[in-house]
Ligand binder design. Structure first.
Ligand code: ADP
Ligand code: AMP
Length: 218
């Protein structure tokens, strides 16, 4: 008999720690980490049409249009490796995306099971994003809070780390506004479904993981 798939949606503002936690939690629960930001960046570095389109919104800190984003997620979640489920990071970001996700998962015979909402105040977000360093493959570091073993080199594959174009202070401020305008309504949406759990994202990375795993395994 097929076990029911598990879908976890990481919710929170840019810099809250969604990617950091999604990676650890997916590994711990045997699920796939699906980050729409990583998928767009991958398309951008492969110079696909989707990448070029996405870049025109990403550099301004705007959201990529719903139809394009939803189609990309549908394709990704339909792949073989997502059969047991996924930890979604950066999706959904609008009510229309949340509705599309619900409809898609229903087709798969599943649903969103848990929404850890990682709460972090704005001052902390700016500090986190200005110190964020990334590997090409999407591993996330921080200059102070989660530094690589060797300065600006990925611990795992030894490639050079980079800072995201959209982590510049001007763009970050706009991304946070966009989050409050377009994404924060999802807090109410998932609260009313009874699946949202607030997590204190100001704690150290390990402690945040512990709190999420506690509810995910409950
Ligand atoms: P998001 O995916 O929500 O935008 P990230 O996971 O990329 O956020 O984290 C943003 C930055 O903050 C990264 O540099 C990451 O290393 C750092 N970070 C994540 N969680 C914590 C934490 N609990 N304490 C301190 N820094 C953190
Ligand atoms: P992230 O890596 O999650 O911070 O996303 C980086 C950028 O990619 C965002 O600022 C958006 O431009 C775009 N993006 C990622 N996920 C979505 C989404 N679900 N809907 C629309 N745009 C997105």
């Amino acid at each position: 008999m097929n076990e029911k798939a598990t879908y976890i949606v990481m919710l929170g503002p840019p810099g809250a720690g969604k990617g950091t936690q999604a990676k650890i939690i997916a590994e711990e629960l045997g699920l796939v980490h699906v980050s729409t930001g990583d998928l767009f960046r991958e398309n951008l570095s492969n110079e696909t049409e989707l990448g070029k389109l996405a870049a025109s919104f990403m550099t301004k800190g705007e959201l990529v249009p719903d139809d394009v984003t939803i189609a990309m997620v549908e394709e990704r979640l339909g792949r073989e490796d997502c059969q047991k489920g996924a930890v979604l990071d950066g999706f959904p970001r609008t009510p229309a995306q949340a509705e599309a996700l619900a409809a898609l998962l229903e087709r798969f015979g599943g649903q969103v099971d848990l929404v850890p909402f990682i709460k972090v105040p704005n001052e902390t977000l700016i500090e986190r994003l200005s110190g964020r360093w990334m590997s090409k493959s999407g591993r996330v570091y921080h200059a102070l809070y989660n530094p690589p073993k060797v300065r600006w080199i990925d611990d795992v594959d030894g490639t050079e780390l980079y800072q995201r174009e959209d982590d510049k202070p001007e763009t970050v401020a706009h991304r946070i506004d966009v989050y409050y305008e377009q994404t924060s309504p999802l807090i109410e949406y998932y609260l009313s479904d009874g699946i949202l759990v607030e997590i204190d994202g100001t704690q150290e990375i390990d402690k945040v993981t512990e709190d999420i795993l506690k509810v995910a395994k409950a």
